[in-house]
Design a protein around this ligand. Structure first.
Ligand SMILES: NC(=O)c1ccc[n+]([C@@H]2O[C@H](COP(=O)([O-])OP(=O)(O)OC[C@H]3O[C@@H](n4cnc5c(N)ncnc54)[C@H](O)[C@@H]3O)[C@@H](O)[C@H]2O)c1
Length: 315
């Protein structure tokens, strides 16, 4: 089988994981890693037996590199993704994809013009329990959906210092809510603040309202010492709870409490395999640039709501 030639831009904590997974997958051949910190690029390249670069331009000239994942600091994601798209590479860009919607729109236009895949790293979608909940909603196994709540709290990962907790962390749950409800919220109300962080908000409570009165509540912070990542979806016939860390799913209905067991799977592996198969086997992308743009629009509305104290209506 032909392997897809891939490279990673940004060889920090998360980029190293991308490099490892690309090395492990049978679908991909890791041809290069690049980092502005050349020592890091060399270290990761040595670990996974590939070529290090400090110059993105030089690396992107290599024609056998067909796809890249972008794992730089959040404030550099859009710039690097644009460079890669302009060089004809398919792109998986980490969340939050860009620091603002204007940059995200530019990426979408470029990918469309160049007929390239642009996928955003919304990892949660690849967790088997979340796929179970999505199917249960579609098949009406839970009755009508009333609301969903998400809790994603932990201490501040100090390496993240260029965006706040909404664009870095809550954005995962914003995407999950859009995905599960199968539609975009019509309004956003949020309260945010900063207790320990100087430049950006480090806690946020966000309420999304959907058509027909359904709602979602997202709690996220970089303050709580104990790492928690939970989702609860409440339907008229059942409640489903997912622990993203253990991947345990619990279903409660009038008769019983069930815990369907899915073998633990590495979401990043499933995500990067899907990215490769979108290119190699023309699989339909589960996530597109539009999902990244919409999540950013909602994140910006949440920040605006918190700053103004008003409900922000979305078009
Ligand atoms: N989807 C997920 O679940 C998930 C998890 C962790 C991180 N992330 C995302 O991945 C990105 C990286 O996070 P991290 O934790 O690895 O950060 P990090 O600080 O550990 O690594 C970022 C690396 O990018 C390099 N870099 C910055 N600008 C660059 C540029 N223009 N060209 C080349 N290299 C550049 C830095 O030198 C650094 O080595 C962030 O955007 C973060 O939001 C996503």
């Amino acid at each position: 089988m032909k392997k897809l030639g891939v490279a990673v831009i940004g060889a920090g904590f998360w980029g190293r994981n991308h490099a490892r997974v690309f090395k492990e997958l049978k679908e991909t051949e890791l041809l290069a890693v690049c980092d502005v910190n050349f020592e890091r690029a060399k270290d990761v390249a040595k670990q996974f037996d590939t070529t290090p670069y400090v110059s993105v331009e030089k690396m992107l000239k290599r024609e056998e590199i067909e796809a890249v994942s972008i794992c730089t600091w959040s404030t550099n994601l859009a710039k690097m993704a644009l460079k890669a798209l302009n060089k004809g590479k398919h792109v998986l860009v980490e969340k939050p994809m860009a620091t603002n919607t204007r940059q995200a729109e530019k990426l979408l236009k470029t990918a469309e013009k160049e007929d390239l895949h642009l996928i955003v790293g919304f990892l949660m979608r690849f967790i088997p329990g979340l796929q179970h909940i999505k199917r249960a909603i579609e098949n009406k196994e839970m009755g009508e959906i009333v609301c969903a709540t998400a809790k994603r709290v932990s201490q501040w990962p100090e390496r993240i210092g260029d965006v706040g907790v909404i664009k870095d962390t809550a954005i995962h749950d914003i995407d999950v809510m859009r995905y599960l409800f199968g539609e975009d919220p019509i309004a956003v109300y949020a309260k945010t603040g900063s207790m320990a962080h100087k430049k950006f908000e480090d806690y946020a409570q966000i309420m999304l309202t959907f058509k027909g009165g359904k709602s979602a509540f997202i709690e996220s912070n970089w303050l709580t010492p104990y790492k928690t990542r939970l989702l609860t979806v409440t339907g008229s016939k059942a409640i489903m709870k997912l622990d993203y860390i253990t991947q345990e799913l619990t279903i409660e209905d009038a008769k019983e409490t069930l815990q369907p067991r899915y073998p633990w799977q590495e979401p990043l592996k499933l995500e990067l395999q899907h990215f490769a198969n979108c290119i190699l086997k023309k699989e339909k992308p589960l996530i597109t640039g539009v999902d990244g743009l919409k999540a950013l629009q909602i994140a910006e509305a949440a920040l605006k709501s918190s700053a103004t104290g008003k409900v922000i209506r979305l078009k």
